[in-house]
Design a protein around this ligand. Sequence first.
Ligand code: FNR
Length: 186
Amino acid sequence: MKIVAMVGSNRKESYNMKLTRYMQNRYADKVEIEILPIDQLPFYNQDDELDPPEIVKEIREKIKESDGILFATPEYNASIPALLKNAIDWFSRVETVLVDKPAMIVGASMGALGTVKAQLQLRQILNAVNVSTSTLPGNEVYVGSVHTKMDDYGNLTDQATIEFIDSVVDNFIQWVEKTVVYESAY
Ligand code: FNR
């Protein structure tokens, strides 16, 4: 199973990138996770969408070939960062490669609520008509107070969080398999 990941932070010490890399390693025997370089995307411009920059085409192909998408979002001002929204805007247009892609969402922040508001909005965005990504219901991964749950190497150290994410990833793998069966019924 091949999953692509979109991480909504471009800072070097991003907790969300560390969490995604941690998941990439921990679940390597179950699922291949490739992190997409969405921080390299230019700012979306509708004038360019029919002849987009090469990076848009490259990432679009990777999404197309994937079995599903992992979104890792920080919370910026009670919403998702522009970097992530920008990526969703690019890939929701022309070749609508996000349509019917199974998706799961995680998010980490130092605050207690662990990106609740951002994730609520992300689910709403992914359910928009032009995207209609099939987001895994429930299974909400809010890693609050992340600075107390991760070591200096980006490994999660909080056992309850680790076990919860283990179970969500298993649920997501089943969800992806179910979605593929659903699609092939047409
Ligand atoms: C934040 N942060 C933040 N945190 C939160 O829980 N709710 C919020 O609304 C916001 N708003 C916000 C706005 C902006 C512009 C910045 C830069 C930051 C804090 C944020 O959660 C924290 O910086 C995370 O560490 C960002 O994620 P990464 O970069 O570590 O993945």
